[in-house]
Write a protein that binds this ligand. Structure first.
Ligand code: PPS
Length: 362
């Protein structure tokens, strides 16, 4: 009798230990699975290409003529992100995409793109935006919608940094604004894409553009030699890209064939220098972001002659943009400048009308 009691007690104890063991085992499996998922390994499962537009669940979005159903919301944990650093902000050299391992979140198509204009202040805008915790951006210019479109949307999405549900993905490629096919291509990715254009006085922009080319090719003819088709008649050479890019009204007309004006934000390149916080306020409102980037993030660097960041992302030290941003321009004869101003005036006025915004270049 005593023996059978002891045997029953032993069996019960054995069962208890077994169930404890199985609970422990299940928990180990669960934790391992969770750990792997949080590190992004679950993402290697095949997934459809979809538009990350949280406000439009289950909407059908066009991808180059094909319809793809948007699949639910993303599961992501709110863990702080290590961001990519743009080398441009440090050295002024063309940006190298230094991707620091960050396996949280997913790679989404950009919901907002800085589409132009070249030499408008696009790098400054992107770096200022990257301070915002809800913005994830590619450091380098992907040039997908102009140069690499044949690589396909998946290639493009893979270039994007991982982002959380609450964050927006962005990129900047200023040449999109003047690329004829770009608006149709962006539309086929998502008609909800927000488009930001940083515009600057086209005359200063042209000189800035020329200055950049001059640093790469020091033997370049003078600005006036390139700007005029016939110097004596004062005929401007519109085929020169430095001139052509500044005809903003013409390029915008092309974009407006595909996107409504409400999808655009025009940022003043001049105000981005004189009042970066004010302009950033407009940008954050347009992107539906909390106004996190404010005047406390900027200081005016007298030596550089431009606003710099007090504490850019991933750094505790103040930082200015590199040497290629804010270069001194060559002196251009005043009669050349006058002719250029006359040339651009009607286009500028048209651009003011189209955007309902007077940028004050005339
Ligand atoms: N904060 C700050 N620091 C430095 N530079 C600034 C800043 N804000 C605007 N800018 C102006 O940005 C101009 C370069 O424009 P982009 O960045 O659009 O150039 S690029 O198209 O990407 O090459 C650059 O043109 P240049 O002055 O001709 O070098 C600057 O005038």
């Amino acid at each position: 009798m005593g023996c059978s009691k002891w045997r029953a007690a032993f069996n019960f104890g054995h069962l208890k230990a077994q169930s404890k063991l199985s609970v422990l085992f299940t928990m180990i499996i669960l934790f391992t699975y969770l750990f792997y998922c949080l590190n992004g390994f679950c993402e290697s499962l095949p997934r459809p290409v979809y538009d990350h537009h949280t406000s439009l669940p289950n909407e059908f979005i066009l991808h180059d003529g094909q319809q793809t159903e948007q699949v639910g919301v993303h599961n992501a944990s709110p863990i702080s992100l290590v961001r990519e650093q743009s080398s441009e902000i440090k050295s002024g050299a063309p940006s190298i995409n230094i991707s620091i391992a960050n396996n949280f979140g997913i790679k989404s198509f950009p919901q907002a793109i800085i589409i132009g204009v070249k030499k408008g202040g696009t790098r400054a805008l992107l770096e200022f935006l990257r301070i915002h915790p809800d913005v994830r951006a590619v450091g380098s210019e992907p040039h997908f919608f102009d140069r690499f479109y044949d690589k396909g949307l998946e290639w493009y999405r893979n270039l994007m940094p991982r982002s959380m549900e609450s964050q927006i993905t962005m990129e900047k490629t200023p040449s999109y604004f003047i690329t004829k096919e770009a608006p149709r291509r962006v539309l086929s990715m998502s008609r909800h894409t927000k488009l930001i254009v940083v515009v600057r006085d086209p005359v200063t922009r042209a000189i800035s553009d020329y200055t950049q080319t001059l640093t790469k090719s020091p033997g370049l003819p003078s600005f006036q030699n390139l700007a005029f088709r016939n110097a004596t008649q004062g005929l401007i050479d519109r085929s020169w890209s430095a001139i052509r890019i500044g005809i903003y009204a013409k390029h915008l007309e092309n974009w407006l064939r595909y996107f409504p004006l409400s999808r655009f934000l025009f940022v003043s390149g001049e105000r981005l220098v004189t009042d970066p916080a004010g302009e950033m306020g407009r940008v954050q409102d347009f992107l539906g972001l909390k106004r996190v980037v404010t005047d406390k993030h900027f200081y005016f660097n007298q030596t550089k002659g431009f606003p710099c960041l007090k504490k850019p992302e991933g750094s505790s030290r103040p930082r200015c943009l590199g040497k290629s941003k804010g270069r001194p321009h060559p002196q251009i004869p005043s009669e050349v400048l006058l002719k250029l101003r006359d040339f651009y005036r009607p286009f500028n006025l048209k651009f003011y009308q189209m955007t309902s915004h007077n940028f004050g270049w005339d």
